[in-house]
Design a protein around this ligand. Sequence first.
Ligand SMILES: [Zn+2]
Length: 392
Amino acid sequence: MGDGAATVVWDAALLDYDLGGDHPFNPIRLELTMRLARALGVLDGVELHVPEAASDADLERVHEVAYVAAVREAPMASWDVGHGLGTADNPVFDRMHAASSLVVGGTLLAAQRIAAGESLRAVSIAGGLHHAMRDRAAGFCVYNDCAVAISWLLDNGFDRVAYIDVDVHHGDGVQAAFYDDPRVLTISLHQHPATLWPGTGFVTELGSRSAQGSAVNVPLPPRTRDPDWQRAFHAVVPSLLGAFKPQVLVTQCGVDTHEEDPLADLSLSVDGHRATYRALRALAEEHAGGRWLATGGGGYQLLRVVPRSWTHLLATVLDRDLDPATRVPTEWLDTVRRVAPNADLPLAMGEGTDTAFAPWDGALETPVDAAIRDVRRAIFPLHGLDPDDPRD
Ligand SMILES: [Zn+2]
Protein backbone atom coordinates (compact mmCIF):
# COMPACT_ATOMS: atom_id res chain seq x y z
CA MET A 1 0.00 0.00 0.00
CA GLY A 2 1.30 3.46 -0.82
CA ASP A 3 0.86 6.67 1.09
CA GLY A 4 -1.96 5.34 3.20
CA ALA A 5 -0.15 3.01 5.57
CA ALA A 6 2.08 4.58 8.16
CA THR A 7 5.36 2.84 8.91
CA VAL A 8 5.96 1.66 12.45
CA VAL A 9 9.58 0.71 13.02
CA TRP A 10 10.12 -1.85 15.73
CA ASP A 11 12.27 -4.80 16.70
CA ALA A 12 12.89 -6.20 20.17
CA ALA A 13 16.62 -5.85 19.43
CA LEU A 14 16.15 -2.10 19.92
CA LEU A 15 15.87 -2.90 23.64
CA ASP A 16 19.61 -3.69 23.57
CA TYR A 17 20.26 0.05 23.76
CA ASP A 18 20.57 -0.38 27.51
CA LEU A 19 22.81 1.90 29.52
CA GLY A 20 22.59 -0.56 32.40
CA GLY A 21 22.20 -0.50 36.17
CA ASP A 22 19.82 2.15 37.42
CA HIS A 23 20.49 4.49 34.50
CA PRO A 24 17.29 6.49 33.85
CA PHE A 25 17.27 5.66 30.12
CA ASN A 26 15.87 2.18 30.77
CA PRO A 27 14.62 0.27 27.71
CA ILE A 28 11.61 -0.91 29.68
CA ARG A 29 10.10 2.42 28.59
CA LEU A 30 9.94 1.12 25.02
CA GLU A 31 8.85 -2.38 25.92
CA LEU A 32 5.98 -1.12 28.08
CA THR A 33 4.93 1.29 25.34
CA MET A 34 4.68 -1.48 22.76
CA ARG A 35 2.84 -3.72 25.20
CA LEU A 36 0.33 -0.98 26.01
CA ALA A 37 -0.21 -0.11 22.37
CA ARG A 38 -0.77 -3.78 21.57
CA ALA A 39 -3.14 -4.28 24.49
CA LEU A 40 -5.25 -1.36 23.28
CA GLY A 41 -5.39 -2.67 19.72
CA VAL A 42 -3.47 0.31 18.34
CA LEU A 43 -1.15 -2.03 16.44
CA ASP A 44 -3.79 -4.49 15.23
CA GLY A 45 -3.04 -5.40 11.62
CA VAL A 46 -0.02 -3.08 11.54
CA GLU A 47 3.15 -4.46 10.01
CA LEU A 48 6.19 -3.72 12.15
CA HIS A 49 9.20 -2.77 10.04
CA VAL A 50 12.40 -4.31 11.35
CA PRO A 51 15.47 -2.12 10.88
CA GLU A 52 19.05 -3.00 10.09
CA ALA A 53 21.98 -1.29 11.73
CA ALA A 54 23.03 1.92 10.02
CA SER A 55 26.24 1.59 8.02
CA ASP A 56 29.41 3.42 9.00
CA ALA A 57 28.94 5.57 5.90
CA ASP A 58 25.55 6.70 7.17
CA LEU A 59 26.82 7.28 10.73
CA GLU A 60 29.69 9.31 9.28
CA ARG A 61 27.22 11.67 7.66
CA VAL A 62 27.13 13.43 11.02
CA HIS A 63 29.81 11.75 13.14
CA GLU A 64 33.60 11.75 12.95
CA VAL A 65 35.27 8.55 11.80
CA ALA A 66 37.39 8.52 14.96
CA TYR A 67 34.30 8.77 17.14
CA VAL A 68 32.57 5.83 15.44
CA ALA A 69 35.77 3.82 15.91
CA ALA A 70 35.89 4.80 19.59
CA VAL A 71 32.29 3.66 20.14
CA ARG A 72 33.03 0.35 18.44
CA GLU A 73 36.15 -0.28 20.53
CA ALA A 74 34.91 1.13 23.84
CA PRO A 75 33.62 -2.14 25.40
CA MET A 76 36.98 -3.83 24.77
CA ALA A 77 39.16 -0.91 25.73
CA SER A 78 41.01 -0.92 29.01
CA TRP A 79 41.79 2.76 28.64
CA ASP A 80 39.76 5.93 28.75
CA VAL A 81 38.32 6.22 25.25
CA GLY A 82 37.21 9.83 25.65
CA HIS A 83 34.51 11.23 23.34
CA GLY A 84 32.08 11.55 26.26
CA LEU A 85 32.04 7.77 26.69
CA GLY A 86 32.43 5.98 30.00
CA THR A 87 30.79 8.76 32.00
CA ALA A 88 27.84 8.47 34.37
CA ASP A 89 25.52 9.80 31.66
CA ASN A 90 27.00 7.73 28.84
CA PRO A 91 28.42 4.54 30.30
CA VAL A 92 30.06 2.05 27.99
CA PHE A 93 27.96 -1.10 27.50
CA ASP A 94 28.36 -4.39 25.64
CA ARG A 95 27.73 -4.20 21.91
CA MET A 96 27.32 -0.45 22.25
CA HIS A 97 28.07 0.23 18.59
CA ALA A 98 25.68 -2.45 17.36
CA ALA A 99 22.81 -1.32 19.56
CA SER A 100 23.38 2.37 18.85
CA SER A 101 23.67 1.93 15.10
CA LEU A 102 20.46 -0.14 15.13
CA VAL A 103 18.60 2.80 16.67
CA VAL A 104 19.93 4.98 13.86
CA GLY A 105 18.96 2.33 11.33
CA GLY A 106 15.41 2.46 12.65
CA THR A 107 15.00 6.18 12.12
CA LEU A 108 16.78 5.91 8.79
CA LEU A 109 14.36 3.19 7.68
CA ALA A 110 11.49 5.51 8.62
CA ALA A 111 13.03 8.28 6.49
CA GLN A 112 13.67 5.94 3.58
CA ARG A 113 10.10 4.68 3.50
CA ILE A 114 8.81 8.25 3.44
CA ALA A 115 11.27 9.23 0.71
CA ALA A 116 10.26 6.22 -1.39
CA GLY A 117 6.60 7.20 -1.11
CA GLU A 118 5.79 3.96 0.69
CA SER A 119 4.42 5.89 3.67
CA LEU A 120 3.56 9.49 4.36
CA ARG A 121 4.18 8.97 8.05
CA ALA A 122 6.66 6.86 9.94
CA VAL A 123 7.46 6.44 13.60
CA SER A 124 10.63 5.26 15.33
CA ILE A 125 10.01 5.38 19.07
CA ALA A 126 13.50 4.09 19.90
CA GLY A 127 14.97 7.10 18.12
CA GLY A 128 15.20 10.74 19.12
CA LEU A 129 18.77 10.65 20.45
CA HIS A 130 19.13 14.36 19.83
CA HIS A 131 22.10 15.18 22.07
CA ALA A 132 24.77 13.10 20.33
CA MET A 133 27.41 15.36 18.81
CA ARG A 134 29.77 15.01 15.86
CA ASP A 135 32.61 13.70 17.99
CA ARG A 136 31.06 12.69 21.30
CA ALA A 137 28.26 11.04 23.19
CA ALA A 138 26.10 13.30 25.32
CA GLY A 139 22.93 13.11 27.40
CA PHE A 140 22.43 9.32 27.08
CA CYS A 141 22.79 9.61 23.28
CA VAL A 142 25.56 7.77 21.41
CA TYR A 143 24.63 8.34 17.76
CA ASN A 144 22.30 11.06 16.53
CA ASP A 145 19.62 9.19 14.60
CA CYS A 146 17.64 12.37 13.91
CA ALA A 147 20.62 14.09 12.31
CA VAL A 148 21.59 11.02 10.26
CA ALA A 149 18.03 10.69 8.92
CA ILE A 150 17.82 14.40 8.05
CA SER A 151 21.21 14.27 6.32
CA TRP A 152 20.07 11.24 4.32
CA LEU A 153 16.84 13.02 3.31
CA LEU A 154 18.89 15.99 2.07
CA ASP A 155 20.85 13.65 -0.19
CA ASN A 156 17.74 11.89 -1.45
CA GLY A 157 15.47 14.47 -2.95
CA PHE A 158 14.59 16.71 -0.03
CA ASP A 159 15.73 20.35 0.04
CA ARG A 160 13.71 21.65 2.96
CA VAL A 161 13.39 19.68 6.19
CA ALA A 162 11.77 21.05 9.33
CA TYR A 163 12.83 19.47 12.63
CA ILE A 164 10.63 20.12 15.65
CA ASP A 165 11.91 19.04 19.07
CA VAL A 166 9.46 19.03 21.98
CA ASP A 167 11.72 17.22 24.48
CA VAL A 168 12.26 19.11 27.75
CA HIS A 169 15.96 19.42 26.88
CA HIS A 170 17.36 21.55 24.07
CA GLY A 171 17.83 19.61 20.82
CA ASP A 172 21.46 20.68 20.77
CA GLY A 173 23.00 17.89 18.69
CA VAL A 174 20.56 18.28 15.82
CA GLN A 175 20.85 22.06 15.94
CA ALA A 176 24.66 21.80 15.84
CA ALA A 177 24.61 19.37 12.91
CA PHE A 178 22.67 21.80 10.72
CA TYR A 179 23.60 25.17 12.20
CA ASP A 180 25.17 26.23 8.88
CA ASP A 181 22.53 24.68 6.65
CA PRO A 182 19.59 26.82 5.52
CA ARG A 183 17.86 23.70 4.16
CA VAL A 184 17.08 22.53 7.69
CA LEU A 185 14.87 24.53 10.05
CA THR A 186 15.36 23.31 13.62
CA ILE A 187 12.83 24.40 16.22
CA SER A 188 13.30 23.34 19.84
CA LEU A 189 10.92 24.10 22.69
CA HIS A 190 12.53 23.30 26.03
CA GLN A 191 13.01 24.24 29.65
CA HIS A 192 15.09 27.40 29.92
CA PRO A 193 18.81 26.59 29.54
CA ALA A 194 19.72 28.61 32.63
CA THR A 195 17.80 26.00 34.64
CA LEU A 196 18.55 22.72 32.86
CA TRP A 197 21.26 20.72 31.12
CA PRO A 198 22.69 21.12 28.43
CA GLY A 199 22.62 24.87 29.11
CA THR A 200 22.10 25.82 25.47
CA GLY A 201 19.00 26.73 23.48
CA PHE A 202 18.85 30.47 24.08
CA VAL A 203 16.74 32.64 21.79
CA THR A 204 19.95 34.20 20.50
CA GLU A 205 21.06 30.91 18.86
CA LEU A 206 19.68 31.66 15.41
CA GLY A 207 21.85 29.67 13.01
CA SER A 208 25.20 30.67 11.53
CA ARG A 209 25.70 33.78 9.42
CA SER A 210 24.84 31.89 6.24
CA ALA A 211 21.73 30.32 7.78
CA GLN A 212 20.29 33.01 10.04
CA GLY A 213 16.83 32.07 11.26
CA SER A 214 17.27 28.35 10.56
CA ALA A 215 17.72 27.59 14.26
CA VAL A 216 14.81 28.51 16.52
CA ASN A 217 14.82 28.16 20.29
CA VAL A 218 11.86 28.62 22.60
CA PRO A 219 13.09 28.50 26.23
CA LEU A 220 10.29 28.10 28.74
CA PRO A 221 10.35 28.71 32.49
CA PRO A 222 10.28 25.80 34.95
CA ARG A 223 6.76 24.67 35.92
CA THR A 224 5.26 25.78 32.59
CA ARG A 225 1.92 23.96 32.22
CA ASP A 226 0.01 22.71 29.18
CA PRO A 227 -1.96 25.85 28.25
CA ASP A 228 1.14 28.06 28.30
CA TRP A 229 3.25 25.46 26.51
CA GLN A 230 0.58 25.09 23.83
CA ARG A 231 0.29 28.85 23.48
CA ALA A 232 4.04 29.13 22.89
CA PHE A 233 4.04 26.25 20.39
CA HIS A 234 1.17 27.70 18.39
CA ALA A 235 2.56 31.26 18.50
CA VAL A 236 5.83 30.15 16.91
CA VAL A 237 5.71 26.87 15.02
CA PRO A 238 2.81 27.11 12.51
CA SER A 239 3.86 30.52 11.14
CA LEU A 240 7.45 29.43 10.67
CA LEU A 241 6.39 26.26 8.87
CA GLY A 242 4.11 28.32 6.66
CA ALA A 243 7.03 30.55 5.72
CA PHE A 244 9.65 27.78 5.43
CA LYS A 245 7.46 25.36 3.43
CA PRO A 246 9.14 22.10 4.45
CA GLN A 247 8.78 18.95 2.37
CA VAL A 248 8.86 16.76 5.46
CA LEU A 249 8.50 17.20 9.20
CA VAL A 250 10.91 15.34 11.48
CA THR A 251 9.89 15.51 15.13
CA GLN A 252 11.60 14.50 18.36
CA CYS A 253 8.77 13.63 20.74
CA GLY A 254 10.49 13.39 24.13
CA VAL A 255 8.07 13.21 27.05
CA ASP A 256 10.36 14.41 29.85
CA THR A 257 8.28 17.62 29.85
CA HIS A 258 5.79 15.78 32.07
CA GLU A 259 5.15 17.11 35.55
CA GLU A 260 6.24 13.78 37.08
CA ASP A 261 9.46 13.44 35.13
CA PRO A 262 12.34 13.02 37.59
CA LEU A 263 14.97 14.81 35.47
CA ALA A 264 13.34 18.15 34.65
CA ASP A 265 10.84 20.75 35.81
CA LEU A 266 8.17 21.47 33.22
CA SER A 267 4.62 20.55 34.21
CA LEU A 268 2.92 19.05 31.17
CA SER A 269 0.49 16.12 31.18
CA VAL A 270 -0.10 13.03 29.09
CA ASP A 271 -3.11 14.86 27.64
CA GLY A 272 -0.78 17.70 26.68
CA HIS A 273 1.55 15.27 24.92
CA ARG A 274 -1.41 13.84 23.02
CA ALA A 275 -2.51 17.34 21.99
CA THR A 276 0.99 18.07 20.73
CA TYR A 277 1.12 14.92 18.58
CA ARG A 278 -2.23 15.81 17.06
CA ALA A 279 -0.95 19.32 16.35
CA LEU A 280 2.21 17.95 14.73
CA ARG A 281 0.12 15.67 12.53
CA ALA A 282 -2.09 18.59 11.47
CA LEU A 283 0.98 20.73 10.73
CA ALA A 284 2.49 17.96 8.60
CA GLU A 285 -0.78 17.79 6.67
CA GLU A 286 -0.97 21.54 6.21
CA HIS A 287 2.67 22.40 5.54
CA ALA A 288 4.65 19.27 4.61
CA GLY A 289 2.49 17.34 2.17
CA GLY A 290 1.46 15.07 5.03
CA ARG A 291 5.02 13.73 5.44
CA TRP A 292 5.85 13.19 9.12
CA LEU A 293 8.73 11.25 10.64
CA ALA A 294 8.20 10.97 14.41
CA THR A 295 10.84 9.76 16.85
CA GLY A 296 10.81 9.18 20.59
CA GLY A 297 13.37 10.87 22.83
CA GLY A 298 13.62 11.57 26.54
CA GLY A 299 11.13 10.53 29.17
CA TYR A 300 12.04 9.01 32.53
CA GLN A 301 8.73 8.43 34.28
CA LEU A 302 8.98 4.90 32.97
CA LEU A 303 5.71 3.37 34.15
CA ARG A 304 3.16 6.16 34.46
CA VAL A 305 4.08 8.50 31.60
CA VAL A 306 6.19 7.17 28.74
CA PRO A 307 4.01 4.16 27.83
CA ARG A 308 0.82 6.20 27.74
CA SER A 309 2.25 9.20 25.92
CA TRP A 310 4.01 7.19 23.24
CA THR A 311 0.99 4.94 22.79
CA HIS A 312 -0.81 8.18 21.95
CA LEU A 313 2.04 9.00 19.57
CA LEU A 314 1.70 5.64 17.80
CA ALA A 315 -2.08 6.03 17.71
CA THR A 316 -1.84 9.54 16.28
CA VAL A 317 0.59 8.50 13.56
CA LEU A 318 -1.76 5.62 12.66
CA ASP A 319 -4.94 7.78 12.76
CA ARG A 320 -6.21 5.57 15.59
CA ASP A 321 -6.52 8.36 18.15
CA LEU A 322 -7.42 7.21 21.64
CA ASP A 323 -9.80 9.06 23.89
CA PRO A 324 -7.96 10.13 27.07
CA ALA A 325 -10.77 8.50 29.06
CA THR A 326 -9.90 5.08 27.60
CA ARG A 327 -9.20 2.60 30.40
CA VAL A 328 -5.69 1.23 30.70
CA PRO A 329 -6.07 -2.50 30.01
CA THR A 330 -5.87 -4.83 33.00
CA GLU A 331 -3.54 -7.09 31.04
CA TRP A 332 -0.97 -4.28 30.85
CA LEU A 333 -1.41 -3.31 34.50
CA ASP A 334 -0.82 -6.93 35.51
CA THR A 335 2.39 -7.02 33.46
CA VAL A 336 3.72 -3.87 35.07
CA ARG A 337 2.80 -5.05 38.56
CA ARG A 338 4.97 -8.09 38.05
CA VAL A 339 8.04 -5.85 37.70
CA ALA A 340 6.89 -3.05 40.01
CA PRO A 341 4.43 -4.49 42.56
CA ASN A 342 4.06 -1.26 44.52
CA ALA A 343 3.84 1.20 41.64
CA ASP A 344 0.96 3.63 41.56
CA LEU A 345 -0.29 2.88 38.05
CA PRO A 346 -2.63 4.96 35.91
CA LEU A 347 -6.12 3.65 35.18
CA ALA A 348 -6.95 5.85 32.20
CA MET A 349 -5.05 6.92 29.10
CA GLY A 350 -5.28 10.57 30.13
CA GLU A 351 -5.09 12.57 33.32
CA GLY A 352 -8.23 14.63 32.90
CA THR A 353 -6.18 17.70 32.04
CA ASP A 354 -7.81 20.47 30.06
CA THR A 355 -5.34 21.29 27.30
CA ALA A 356 -7.32 24.22 25.89
CA PHE A 357 -5.25 27.37 25.60
CA ALA A 358 -5.70 31.03 24.82
CA PRO A 359 -3.89 31.82 21.55
CA TRP A 360 -1.13 34.41 21.83
CA ASP A 361 -2.55 37.85 21.11
CA GLY A 362 0.47 40.05 21.66
CA ALA A 363 -0.27 40.52 25.34
CA LEU A 364 2.55 40.38 27.84
CA GLU A 365 0.98 38.88 30.91
CA THR A 366 3.12 35.88 31.76
CA PRO A 367 6.79 34.88 31.52
CA VAL A 368 5.82 32.60 28.64
CA ASP A 369 4.35 35.58 26.77
CA ALA A 370 7.71 37.30 27.16
CA ALA A 371 9.49 34.26 25.77
CA ILE A 372 7.08 34.20 22.81
CA ARG A 373 7.72 37.87 22.12
CA ASP A 374 11.50 37.42 22.28
CA VAL A 375 11.50 34.43 19.94
CA ARG A 376 9.21 36.06 17.43
CA ARG A 377 11.20 39.32 17.42
CA ALA A 378 14.48 37.45 16.91
CA ILE A 379 13.27 35.03 14.25
CA PHE A 380 10.14 36.16 12.45
CA PRO A 381 11.68 39.06 10.48
CA LEU A 382 14.27 36.61 9.08
CA HIS A 383 11.35 34.69 7.55
CA GLY A 384 9.42 37.72 6.29
CA LEU A 385 6.94 37.50 9.17
CA ASP A 386 5.72 40.30 11.45
CA PRO A 387 6.68 39.41 15.03
CA ASP A 388 4.12 41.70 16.59
CA ASP A 389 1.12 40.69 14.49
CA PRO A 390 -0.66 37.70 16.10
CA ARG A 391 -2.05 36.78 12.68
CA ASP A 392 1.52 35.98 11.54
ZN1 LIG B 1 15.24 15.15 27.30
